[in-house]
Design a protein around this ligand. Structure first.
Ligand code: B12
Length: 470
């Protein structure tokens, strides 16, 4: 059988705001996971349209497409093309799960929820000549996961080829998150076996890892065993976790001891009332500043995530949020316009109130206001969002943020990370065009490590009080 697995380009890839580096970060891990269920003698093609041109002139036996909200339009275009050629088209992923009827108009088979139980069932049915039209995931486990087909990934095309997930979902239920819609009808948070996760890590070459788990610290017992097992592996890694997990004593120290050097933290908003409205209870009454101090004290850089446009936000939210993040010495920030993804509680609420402006999924990209905000216009919200990025990454802010660091090494690391991420766009573009973005990985590792060659002797100065890796 010839099976083609496609991650279509996000529509944004064609917009003037397109930042190619963002799409050359991570390989299509979900599809490489699904590829592992194919037979050894199947011919598998894995295509990520963000980093390569999609050949549409072929006729595989099966095409499987991963559909995100912002790539839905392109996904349907590709699906329609292959169906016209008589190829069996399977659509799955987050957007299909939220809107199966919409997707079914472009597919022979649609999949709801994660694919680990449904995809192998479908493959057996397909080989037997009786594929179903809809498969719904109900039994959720990562215990018998075959090794991800990383051999299909073109590593040199990605800055972070070693992305990995060892859990699915999250123990929390914020009303704007995809989680409850995607995991409906089964468990919404589950983890791999620790030994299997460690074996997957061992298989990854090099030093750097990026855990894409929604909340790597979500199951503290699992996380503690994982971090204990990773000690001594000499890894440098990045991940995402919540404010309360950061504040909990013990676990963060274990993470740092095995190589955590940068953490994505969902602060979302500085307004407690807004946290309450969006069921982000785990952030309530948490000392955000203390969370940042704790991370910095252990040598971990912070990528702080914020959402604008909640009903409690007026026009002051942009400046207040940026000033706070700069004052805390946060290294990188990710801002979002609040976006009601279909299938979420937030979407249902907005729709019931008649506040949704349209369902042009291309614009559900967290850059556009797709609903009527309560205390400002949609245009003001979009402008404030853009200004926040401009102001946070202005040279004066980077220097002010760097100046909060207690020593020169820390200040240099702060500046290098922020500048590399937002100011070196032309350099990234050249590397991407030459298909050499992977060659920048040692520089990223050096910055994460927080170590700089000492003048003359080539030795490295250790960063502040961060424990040595391993
Ligand atoms: C890595 C990532 C990215 C990467 C690249 C994605 C990639 N290469 O796959 C980048 C940085 C580019 C990215 C960008 C964006 N992302 Co993103 N991203 C993620 C993240 C953190 C991990 C994805 C991942 O690898 N998961 C692990 C794998 C194993 O799971 P999976 O991909 O879901 O695949 C499984 C199932 O979905 C299913 N499946 C998937 N496809 C198919 C197909 C078939 C046929 C079958 C059977 C099954 C199936 O089976 C797989 C195995 O279980 C997710 C969060 C998450 N936990 O998913 C957000 C997430 C997917 N992103 C999201 C969003 C909103 C975005 C942005 C739109 C917004 C933003 N501001 O960043 C942008 C896009 C920008 C734009 N303007 O269009 C949302 C999607 C919401 C939605 N309803 O689509 C998520 C869920 C984050 C969130 N919590 O809101 N993202």
């Amino acid at each position: 059988m010839i099976a083609k697995l496609i991650l279509p380009a996000l529509t944004e890839a064609r917009s003037p705001f397109f930042r190619p580096i963002k799409y050359s970060l991570f390989p299509p891990l979900g599809l490489a996971t699904l590829a592992a269920y194919l037979a050894p003698d199947d011919d598998v093609v894995l295509c990520d349209e963000h980093v390569e041109t999609l050949d549409l002139d072929d006729e595989p036996d099966l095409v499987a497409i991963q559909v995100y909200v912002t790539s839905a339009r392109r996904s349907y275009e590709i699906a329609d093309h292959y169906r016209r050629r008589g190829v069996h088209v399977a659509l799955g992923g987050l957007h299909v799960t939220s809107l199966p009827d919409e997707a079914a108009a472009h597919a022979d088979t649609v999949f709801l929820g994660p694919g680990e139980d449904t995809w192998p069932r479908f493959l057996a049915d397909f080989r037997a000549g009786r594929p179903g039209s809809l498969y719904r995931s109900t039994s959720r486990s990562l215990h018998a996961l075959p090794p991800v087909r990383r051999d299909l990934i073109r590593r040199a095309r990605y800055l972070v080829p070693n992305s990995i997930v060892v859990s699915r979902g999250c123990p929390h239920a914020c009303d704007f998150c995809y989680k409850d819609a995607f995991f409906a009808g089964g468990r919404g948070f589950y983890v791999q076996r620790v030994d299997a996760a460690l074996a997957e890590i061992e298989r990854l070459p090099g030093r750097h890892l990026y855990f894409l788990d929604d909340h790597l610290f979500g199951d503290p017992r699992f996380a503690a065993s994982l971090f204990d097992g990773m000690r001594g592996m000499g890894r440098l890694w990045q991940a995402a976790a919540t404010v309360n997990a950061v504040l909990r004593p013990g676990l963060l120290e274990k993470a740092v001891a095995c190589g955590l050097r940068s953490l994505f933290v969902g602060f979302e908003t500085l307004d407690p009332a807004a946290l309450r409205s969006h069921a982000k209870h785990q952030n309530l009454d948490r000392d955000y500043a203390e969370a940042v101090r704790r991370l910095h004290g252990l040598g971990v850089m912070v990528n702080a995530s914020f959402v604008f446009g909640m009903d409690e936000h007026d026009e002051s939210v942009f400046d207040r949020t940026v000033a706070w993040a700069v004052d805390q010495g946060v290294e990188t920030a990710t801002f979002h316009v609040l976006t009601p993804y279909p299938g979420t509680a937030l979407h249902a609420r907005m729709r019931a109130a008649g506040r949704l402006l349209h369902d042009d999924w291309d614009l559900y990209d967290t850059r556009h206001a797709v609903f009527r905000p309560a205390r400002m216009s949609g245009e003001r919200l979009e402008r404030g969002y853009r200004d926040a990025y401009r102001d946070f990454y202005a040279w004066r802010s980077i220097l002010r943020g760097a100046a909060t660091k207690p020593d020169l090494a820390g200040a240099l690391r702060h500046a290098a990370y922020a500048v590399g991420w937002k100011k070196l766009e032309p350099l990234w573009d050249v590397l991407i065009r030459l298909c050499r973005v992977g060659q920048a990985l040692p520089v990223l590792e050096r910055v994460l490590e927080g170590a700089w060659p000492e003048k003359g002797n080539g030795r490295r100065a250790p960063l502040g009080n961060a424990p040595a890796v391993g």
